[in-house]
Design a protein around this ligand. Structure first.
Ligand SMILES: CC(=O)N[C@H]1[C@@H](OP(=O)(O)OP(=O)(O)OC[C@H]2O[C@@H](n3ccc(=O)[nH]c3=O)[C@H](O)[C@@H]2O)O[C@H](CO)[C@@H](O)[C@@H]1O
Ligand SMILES: C=C(OP(=O)(O)O)C(=O)O
Length: 430
């Protein structure tokens, strides 16, 4: 585990180019298993989740040429054997669950001893995945180990899911893409990365309708082909660097900033007094904005930022907003409608002097502009919480340490290097 040593209190200013979206590139990498033809991916971020997945593919027999400098990856799965040997999927990353459908399509039967979990945000249940795979004709046994099998190919089905789950929707489209007929998922997720996976599958020849809506229909095709695709900018990283500018009083510009995804995210920034403007597709956070909670028109209403499945405010962006709220003049209510453990890291934030009250596992109230001091804090295994703890440290004059901050490397390549370009004093220790 590695710690971040931070000397905070300096405005962070400059221009950043965001990296490819972790939650888009990982399902796309899993989907490459659906073809024997070569696939080229561009704008691939050098993050640890991809290192693990690439290691797993190589263990299976895939040929992978990854030029980290050029951010390109060429994958060729044509030499994969006919038996599935490894029983353990890559650990510590939720995206490992996205291997189920493509591995089944290839090997027809897989035995696994692990239950793919990622950030420690809650239970991270498997049931919706097993449910959708069962609907599509898979046989599921779990006696100690998990055994999944299909006869020849996935069958067609119509399924109405309990809730909009990102990875379950991705499992559905991957399984149905080469299934035997027309399949429909109602209550499908529509996050930008879910849309990216669907478009990637389309570029391989998949027939998918309803992308970006809550009803997705897939008409199975016999075979998918190779393709050449570019991973989109990570809207989480764009928002994180804008928030870092805002919390330190710096002037930050982000190129390739996918403004089409930012209407509600920018309104949420505005609720904390932060104005985000645009020069084409460059997002700009001007220096020295006075962080002040915007009061609602309705009297006696606590201002609120609530996160839920897209197109709501993204749950993975709540922690940076919570960090910002500690610096804002006013009181903000945060509501995480997704995870029961999404605020478990708050006691660490409080070590900096922040005043945050946990109302229940899904809701907190932050009282801003309390006197803050440097601190030694412990990051949980939650990427965005580690980022939020760093942000807070960066905004306070003096030396802080964010211990065990390496989950950040799961999503943000060159994190410290990028920040140093903005003038940050930050070092990894370990
Ligand atoms: C690799 C990847 O893409 N990971 C993302 C994916 O995880 P993941 O696909 O695991 O997240 P889900 O969308 O399934 O939601 C996570 C959990 O939230 C709960 N839940 C969710 C929605 C809902 O309406 N009701 C409900 O109860 C369920 O317990 C569920 O297990 O989506 C999450 C939600 O955007 C993000 O935090 C993760 O970064
Ligand atoms: C929660 C995240 O990732 P994972 O689903 O892999 O835990 C995240 O990217 O913030």
């Amino acid at each position: 585990m590695a710690n971040l040593i931070v000397h905070g209190g300096k405005p962070l200013s400059g221009t950043i180019t965001p990296s490819g979206n972790k939650n888009a590139v990982l399902p796309i990498l899993c989907a490459t298993l659906l073809t024997d033809e070569p696939v080229t991916l561009r704008n691939v971020p050098a993050i640890t989740d991809i290192e693990k997945l690439v290691g797993f593919f190589r263990e299976l027999g895939s040929l992978i040429d990854w030029d980290r400098e050029a951010k390109t990856m060429r994958l060729d799965h044509s030499d994969l054997g006919s038996d599935f040997d490894p029983q353990t999927l890559p650990q510590g990353m939720r995206s490992a669950v996205l291997l189920f459908a493509p591995l089944l399509q290839r090997f027809k039967e897989i035995h696994l001893d692990s239950n793919p979990k990622g950030c420690a945000l809650g239970i991270r249940e498997l049931d919706p995945h097993l449910e959708i795979l069962t609907c599509l004709g898979a046989k599921v046994d779990h006696n100690g180990e998990l055994k999944l099998s299909i006869e020849d190919t996935f069958k067609s089905a119509s399924h109405w899911a309990d809730y909009m789950s990102v990875t379950t929707t991705e499992t559905f489209v991957m399984a149905a893409a080469t299934g035997s007929g027309v399949s429909t998922l109602t209550n499908a997720a529509s996050e930008p990365h879910v849309q990216d996976l669907c478009r990637f599958l389309q570029s391989m020849g998949a027939k998918i309708d309803g992308i970006g809506t809550s009803v997705i229909t897939v008409t199975g095709v016999e075979k998918l082909q190779g393709t050449d695709a570019t991973i989109s900018s990570d809207h989480h990283e764009v928002a994180t660097f804008l928030a870092l500018g805002a919390i330190t009083g710096g002037h930050v510009k982000i190129s390739d900033s996918v403004p089409q995804h930012f209407d509600l995210i920018n309104r949420s920034f505005a609720k904390l007094g932060v104005n985000i403007s645009y020069e084409g597709d460059i997002a700009v956070c001007e220096a020295n904005q006075s962080l002040k909670v915007q009061q609602p028109f309705t009297s006696n209403l606590l201002p609120k930022i609530e996160a839920a499945p897209w197109p709501y405010f993204p749950v993975d962006l709540l922690p940076p907003m919570v960090a910002l709220a500690t610096k804002a003049d006013g009181v903000m209510h945060f509501w995480n409608k997704v995870y029961e453990g999404g605020f478990a890291w708050l006691p660490e934030l409080v070590k900096f002097g922040a005043h945050a009250v946990v109302s229940d596992p899904h809701r907190i109230i932050v009282f801003g502009q309390r006197p803050m001091r440097p601190a030694i804090v412990e990051a949980p295994y939650i990427i965005r919480a580690a980022v939020a703890l760093y942000m807070t440290a960066a905004s306070i004059e003096g030396r802080s340490i964010v211990k065990n901050a390496d989950p950040i490397r799961r999503a943000h390549p060159q994190f410290a290097e990028n920040l140093r370009k903005l003038g940050a004093e930050i070092e990894w220790d370990g």
